[in-house]
Design a protein around this ligand. Structure first.
Ligand code: 2NL
Length: 356
C-alpha cells in the first residue's frame, strides 16, 4: 500500500484501506500500530509522500504536497473519529481493574413510622406495659358494641367505616350475623385481651387502623395507632396523667408538660384530649404549635363502666384508664413533616433523612 505513488486514486485507496483495517483491529495497541503506519513521523505512508516532495520535479512539487496533505487530513479525521468513539479505551472483557474502589452495598433502614412506633413501644415497655397485637379485620361487636357504641352510633356508619363485602364467620357460630370491618381503632384488641385476662391489665396495642378518610395533608385512610390500657383496683385519672406525662418527657424533652382538655369518647368517662407543651418553643409560641404553645397528640380517659360490663369485669371493683395516640402525628411533630403522604410514597430522598 505504502508504495502507491501520490495521486488522487491513491489517496482514496489508502483511506479505504485504513478504514477497513481499523474496523478489524482487536486491541488499542493494534489500532495505534495501524495509525502509526499511516501517520507516524518516520517510514509511514504520509511521511513517505512528504519525502517525495523534495525529490519531485519542480512542476509536480505543489501537486504532491497537496495530495500528501489531503491524505494526512483524511486519515487524521478518521483516526480522531475512531478515538472519540471510545473504541480505543474499551477494555478487553476479561480485564479487571484492581484499583477501582469497591461497590458498597446499599444498606436498608427502618421507616420513620417504624422508628416512631418502636420508640413509643420502648418507652411504655420500660414503664411495665406488655405489647399486644391483634387482627386488623374485626367484627363489629369487638370494635363497637363492646366499646359502648351501639347499633345506631354514627361511627358504625358506612360513611365512616370500611366493611368487608362478605363477613368472616367466627368459629363460635354466635357472631355469624356480625359484619366484618377493618378496625377503626385498636381498642378491639384490648377488648379481646380483657375477655381473656383478669385484672391487673397494663398493655399497649400498636397497630394499623382504617377510616373512610380521603388522603390529604393530615389524613390517611390507614394510619398507625398506639393505644394503651390500664385496669386495676384504685386506678385514677392522676395515674393516667402521670403516665402520659412520663411518656411525653421521654419522647420529646425532659421539660415537656401535658394538659387535658375535656372531650368525649363513648368508651371513656371522663374523656380528654391530650396536649403537650411545644418542645420547639417550650410553650412560648412558634410556627410548629401555631403560636398556641401546645400540640395535640391524642385522646384519653377513664374506661367507661359499660366497657367493663361488656368484657365481664366488675365495674364496682375495678377502674382503669386508656388512651390513643396517632403514630404519624407523633412522627410529623417530631420531624416537622408537612405532608402525611410523604410517609407512604417511599421516596428514598425523603426516607433517608431520618436517623435510625
Ligand atoms: C384518639 C382517641 C382513644 C381510647 C382511645 C380505649 C380503649 C378501651 C377502653 C377505653 Cl378498651 N378506651 N381507648 C380511649 C380514649 C381515646 O383514642 O383520638 N386516638 C387517636
Amino acid at each position: 500500500m505504502s508504495d502507491l505513488s501520490p495521486n488522487q486514486d491513491a489517496v482514496a485507496a489508502h483511506v479505504s484501506a485504513f478504514e477497513a483495517a481499523l474496523a478489524q483491529v482487536k486491541s488499542s495497541r493494534e489500532a495505534q500500530t495501524l495509525r502509526d503506519h499511516y501517520l507516524g513521523r518516520k517510514n509511514s505512508v504520509v511521511a513517505g509522500w512528504m519525502q517525495q516532495i523534495g525529490a519531485a520535479p519542480p512542476d509536480q512539487k505543489r501537486e504532491i504536497g497537496r495530495l500528501a496533505n489531503e491524505l494526512k487530513q483524511a486519515i487524521e479525521a478518521r483516526w480522531t473519529a475512531y478515538t472519540e468513539s471510545g473504541a480505543l479505551t474499551e477494555r478487553p472483557a476479561d480485564a479487571i481493574d484492581v484499583t477501582l474502589p469497591g461497590r458498597a452495598p446499599r444498606l436498608g433502614r427502618r421507616h420513620p413510622l417504624t422508628l416512631a412506633r418502636e420508640r413509643m413501644e420502648e418507652i411504655f415497655a420500660r414503664m411495665g406495659f406488655a405489647i399486644v397485637e391483634g387482627p386488623e379485620a374485626e367484627d363489629e361487636w369487638h370494635c363497637f358494641d363492646a366499646l359502648n357504641m351501639p347499633a345506631e352510633h354514627p361511627a358504625r356508619d358506612m360513611q365512616d367505616t370500611l366493611y368487608l363485602a362478605e363477613p368472616i364467620k367466627g368459629d363460635t357460630g354466635k357472631d355469624d350475623d356480625l359484619r366484618t370491618l377493618l378496625r377503626t381503632h385498636t381498642s378491639a384488641v384490648q377488648i379481646r385481651y380483657m375477655q381473656a385476662h383478669t385484672p391487673p391489665v397494663r398493655i399497649i396495642v400498636p397497630g394499623r387502623v382504617y377510616r373512610r378518610d380521603d388522603l390529604d395533608l393530615t389524613h390517611s385512610p390507614a394510619f398507625g395507632q398506639v393505644e394503651g390500657l390500664v385496669v386495676g383496683e384504685g386506678i385514677t385519672l392522676a395515674d393516667l396523667k402521670g403516665t402520659l406525662l412520663a411518656f411525653a418527657r421521654e419522647m420529646f424533652s425532659p421539660t415537656t408538660r401535658v394538659r387535658f382538655r375535656a372531650s368525649f369518647f363513648p368508651y371513656t368517662e371522663p374523656s380528654a384530649e391530650l396536649d403537650v407543651s411545644c418542645w420547639q418553643c417550650d410553650g412560648t409560641g412558634c410556627g410548629m404549635c401555631k403560636k398556641t404553645g401546645w400540640i395535640e397528640l391524642g385522646g384519653c380517659g377513664m374506661v367507661h363502666p359499660a366497657v367493663f360490663e361488656a368484657v365481664g369485669y366488675d365495674a364496682e371493683k375495678y377502674t382503669g384508664f386508656a388512651w390513643g395516640l396517632g403514630i404519624e402525628r407523633v412522627a410529623i411533630l417530631r420531624h416537622q413533616v408537612s405532608d402525611i403522604r410523604l410517609f407512604y410514597e417511599n421516596d428514598l430522598r425523603f426516607l433517608e433523612q431520618f436517623p435510625y
